[in-house]
Design a binder for this molecule. Sequence first.
Ligand code: SF4
Length: 419
Amino acid sequence: MSCVKQSGDAASGPPGLDLAFNAFDAMQPRLPEPTPADARNGRRVKQAAVPPQGVYLPNDNVLTPQMRSPEYVQMSNAAAITLGIMPGKMHRCGCTRCLNLLLTYPEGCRANCAYCGLARHREAERDYADRNFIRVDWPAVPMRQVVDIVARDGERSPFHRMCISMITHPNSDADTVAVLKAWTAKIDPAAIPVSILSNPTTMERSDVAGLKDLGADIFTVALDAATPALFDRTRGKGVQSPHKWQKYWDILLDARDVFGPQKFGAHIIVGMGETEHEVLSLVQQLVDLGGHSHLFSFFPEQGSLMDHLPATPRDQWRRVQLARYLIDYAGVRVEQMTFDAEGRVTGYGLPSAEVEDVVTQGIAFRTSGCPGKFRDDVSACDRPYGDSPPSNIASFPFQPNKKDLQKIRRQLRIPVVQG
Ligand code: SF4
């Protein structure tokens, strides 16, 4: 594929190997089109003012009802199936362990991130509650109903964690507080801890502290882009979006101070144009600060400004997944690893037998995120098929079996060299 730089030449990679990666120059987003005035700020939905009646399944009605947090939240298909409010089965998954609650408004998110299905530039094409996000639809559900079901299930609840996902909206800070209060009023946060996926653009340090005081357990910042240049191109000026790299870092450092070690982290999308060395240096920086990285493989979300670009090649993704796991959980430092001229991992900083042990264990290839109740390096946030189709899984929402591991080894492609 022309967008994927294939660099198996001797000058830039180990001879005889055909290593792929998504290079910066090839991963240019489209520019957003102007939105007609009658579609801006959720005007269609607000003018129709159809009252919501319980659960709303995206694209199910002629007119999207007017739903608004904190009374309503959206959740992934996987969460809705697990909660029992939507029929359906997930490929090789019984349930999801994380209840992701996404704030919702007719005006939608006011940012324009190039890889995101929720971005503002889609206003003319699709009402906010009907937009796809990380490859799936997000049903809207009354918050009271969510709390009632989880409280009723008590210790039988399948959820190991709840996560409030903020979006860029003037009410987002206050409504995050309201949703957290509605949850803790009926559900013990020690039984099902709460994570905050924050939107730093609208936040101050006092907001971070307020969420901690109200019982939030972990605070994460969706940095998403691994370098300042990529951030600006995909989330800032490059796509008429309001986010700033420095502001995200300010709030991340506030979270470190307020929430403390192991209780903060950053989301990073791999394969948007950064090098493997760049993203793994960021992973190391987060570990050195006392936090964690939560990785996602870039997938061209339909309707986004990057839907014409290639998903992250599996070999690039597997190298970064494995190296990130070693940095986050095995005490290896990025400086011990080796990289080729294109910044690709060529050695993991450990003897090959030890790397092989980690590969065989398989945890490195599962979704990464806030922990659940199984063990610290197994994420509650399993996001089934959020970054790939089930036919070619990027982040495994379950423990990979023997056949999966054979495929992972093939995808890793590079020989494991002595560190
Ligand atoms: S702020 Fe978040 S929800 Fe809004 S467009 Fe960016 S990534 Fe999507």
